[in-house]
Design a protein around this ligand. Sequence first.
Ligand code: ADP
Ligand code: ZN
Length: 290
Amino acid sequence: MRIGAIEAGGTKFICGVGNEHGEITDKISFPTETPETTVQRAIDYFRDKRVEAIGIGSFGPIDIDRDSSRYGYVTTTPKPGWSNFNFLGAMKEAYDVPYGWDTDVNAAAFGEAAWGAAKGLDSCAYFTIGTGIGLGVFAEGALIHGLVHPEGGHVYVRRHAEDTFEGACPFHGDCLEGLAAGPAIEKRWRTKGQELAPDHPAWRIEAHYIGQAVVNTILMLSPKKVILGGGVMKQAHLFPMVRQEVQKGLNGYVKTEALLTDIDHYIVPPGLGDNAGLCGALALGLAAMK
Ligand code: ADP
Ligand code: ZN
C-alpha cells in the first residue's frame, strides 16, 4: 500500500509516502511560504508517487466539521495568506483520492496510538510544546473533535510564585502557551530554550506549567498515556521534573499504578520521535481508505 502524508506546520511542511505498517519510505521538507506556492510544492511532490490516499495533519485553527461549508479550510490563523485558505480543496483538485484531514496534534496522537508510545491503547493525549502549544486527544478509539477541535494549549494555569513574566499569548496573555511555549521562554529569559543550561531556573518554572496542563488533562480526560513532544521537550531533563510536578499536583488523588509507581512509562516522549506528525498523517490517510 502507498499512502501519502503531509505534516503541515506553520514553519515547515513535511511530505512523505508510507505504508500500512507506519513505515515512511520517502519524505521531503520545505519551508511554509504562501499557501499557493507551498501547497503546489506538496502537489508536485506526489506527482509520481502513485498514492492511494493522502492524510493531512495541519497547523490551525482548521475546519474539521464535515458538515461545514468550510470543511478543509485553514480558518483564522494570523499566518499571512493562510486565513480562510481551502487547503484540502486545493489538494482534492490535484488528486482524486480519499483524504484524511485533522489538526497536526490530533494527527500526532493518532500516529502514536497506531505505531508509537500509545500503541495498543484506546486513548492518549499528545502535547506539542514548540512555537505554540497544542493538544491532540485520542479517546475510546477515536480522535476528539467536537465544536471545533481541542485547543488545550491555551488553558489557564496557576502562576509560579517566582514568575513575573506577563505572558506572550496575543489572545490570553498568560495562558499555558503564553507562559510555556518556546517564544515565552525566549522572551522571559532573553535566551532561546536550547541555550539554557539544564540547571537554569527556567526549567523549574517550565515544568510547573507543563505539569499543571498534564494534571488538568488527566483529571478531565483520563488518557492511558500522555505524550509530550515538540522542540522544548527535546530537553530530556524536563521529563522527570514534569512527572514530579504531576505527582505533586495530583497528590495521590488518582489511584492508579500508572501514576503512583510507573509514571516514567506514563508521561513519555513520542515513540515515533520526530516522525510522530508525519506517521500520524499517514495513519489519517490509511483510516480514510476504510
Ligand atoms: P514548531 O513548533 O515551529 O513546529 P519546534 O517544535 O521545534 O517547531 O519549536 C520551536 C520552538 O521550540 C522554538 O521556540 C525553540 O526555541 C524551541 N526549541 C527548539 N529546540 C529546543 C531545544 N532543544 N530546547 C529548548 N527549546 C527548543
Ligand atoms: Zn492563549
